[in-house]
Design a protein. Structure first.
Length: 409
């Protein structure tokens, strides 16, 4: 017995005729050219149906605070200082309300899985963690939210932070992150985070570095610790803007090192473009790591949103297809093959980064189904195709109306 049939869907990797998708109890029960059923039905009309976008790196807790900040220089240091100041007045309800606004945008743009980074330190305590936990519970009907707790302002230099990270891990944080570039002892922090991750059996996601000086990198230490802890496939690093400053040959060598160690990379084009190269008054460097080039060497990479409407990134609509398009523009990825690779950077690759074993349109997986207004992944990136309709575990979660033109009759 089916609860829903989504008809005439075009599926990735199954070129040719369209297929029907049958849903039972929130799960994909059947995929076939024509399903005979009296269940309620929707018509995808030959459009691309995919399992939703996957966001690996966003900050719900500090989104939508531009009205509380007074940024002038647009530098990383200014953003950290401004947010640290605003954070002093955050309340749990305030974090929930802002996070909700951001999360609802992501849902309406077809995101069905998300990892959010949440700050923990003695000033904010566990307020952000508690608020985001409520969001995770209240929006489970539309999105699976994973919480990564991390010390944005440092760990070894910030007494009391480690105890709070431990409390969050004991209370059910899904994974742990680090931010070595704000620590007085970056390698010490990396070692401490690996220790905590192992203690609680959690994956790790670092905010690794955030400048364009490639003469010194913490990436080698992360790879070394990953191997030493047998943590390959469980570690991701975000930003890593230093990689964008490497010569091509050195970048390829580093990519092979990351692939061998099993360390994944998340690139955050909007924030990196906004904050990097502020010392230049012309020929401003982009500061965006070429993710698709690293994928070719076997590195698991994703492109993600990071910050929304705050001093780190005063933009954002939480659309991952738009972010993939932005990345394609910066990375000069314009061939059909490159554009399709950019689609992978916001879908299957981030799912792999997050070790999601039930992502994809296949019998037995959750019926997470998003209909895009076109027929192919490369075109979706090129045209920033809006998701028109989405289901989470077989239940309709959003609809986005198509524009209507009125030519003279
Ligand atoms: Zn971040």
């Amino acid at each position: 017995m089916l609860d829903l049939v989504l008809r005439n869907a075009r599926l990735l990797g199954r070129e040719g005729a369209t297929l029907d998708i049958g849903v039972a109890n929130g799960t994909i029960g059947e995929i076939a050219p024509r399903i005979a059923s009296d269940a309620p039905q929707e018509d995808a009309a030959g459009r691309l149906v995919m399992p939703g976008f996957v966001e690996t790196h966003i900050h719900l807790d500090k989104s939508c605070i531009l009205d509380r900040c007074a940024s002038k220089d647009g530098t990383l240091q200014e953003a950290i200082t401004q947010v640290a100041r605003a954070k002093r007045d955050f309340t749990e309800d305030d974090i929930y309300a802002r996070g909700r606004r951001t999360l609802e945008k992501a849902i309406s743009h077809g995101t069905t899985r998300m990892r959010t980074h949440v700050e923990v330190d003695p000033r904010i305590g566990l307020k952000s963690f508690e608020a985001v936990r409520r969001l995770k519970r209240d929006y489970a009907w539309a999105i699976d939210l994973e919480i990564c707790v991390f010390p944005q302002e440092g760990l070894l230099n910030d007494p009391g932070t480690e105890e709070l990270l431990i409390a969050a891990c004991e209370a059910g944080a899904d994974l742990i992150g680090g931010c070595p570039y704000t620590d007085s002892d970056p390698h010490g922090q990396i070692a401490r985070i690996f220790g905590l991750a192992q203690r609680f059996d959690l994956d790790i996601d670092f905010h690794l570095d955030f400048d364009l000086d490639a003469s010194h990198m913490n990436l080698g230490e992360v790879c070394r610790q990953t191997t030493a802890h047998r943590y390959g496939g469980r570690v991701a690093v975000g930003h890593v803007t230093k990689l964008s400053a490497l010569l091509g040959e050195k970048l390829d060598e580093t990519a092979r090192q990351l692939a061998d160690a099993g360390v994944a990379v998340t690139v955050l084009p909007a924030t990196d473009l906004f904050l990097m190269g502020r010392g230049h008054d012309h020929n401003v460097p982009r500061g965006v790591t070429p993710a698709h080039r690293m994928v070719a060497h076997g590195v698991t990479c994703s492109v993600a949103t990071n910050n929304v409407l705050n001093p780190f990134t005063p933009f954002g609509d939480c659309s991952l297809v738009r972010m993939a398009n932005l990345y394609a523009n910066i990375a000069q990825a314009g061939t059909p093959r490159e554009l399709a690779a950019c689609f992978d950077l916001v879908t299957s690759l981030p799912a792999k980064l997050m070790n999601l074993t039930d992502y994809g349109i296949a019998v037995g997986n959750p019926a997470d189904l998003v209909v895009l207004d076109n027929i192919g992944p490369g075109e979706a990136v090129a045209e920033i195709s809006p998701p028109l309709l989405g289901f989470k575990r077989g239940r309709r979660s959003f609809v986005r109306a198509s524009p209507i033109l009125f030519p003279p009759v």
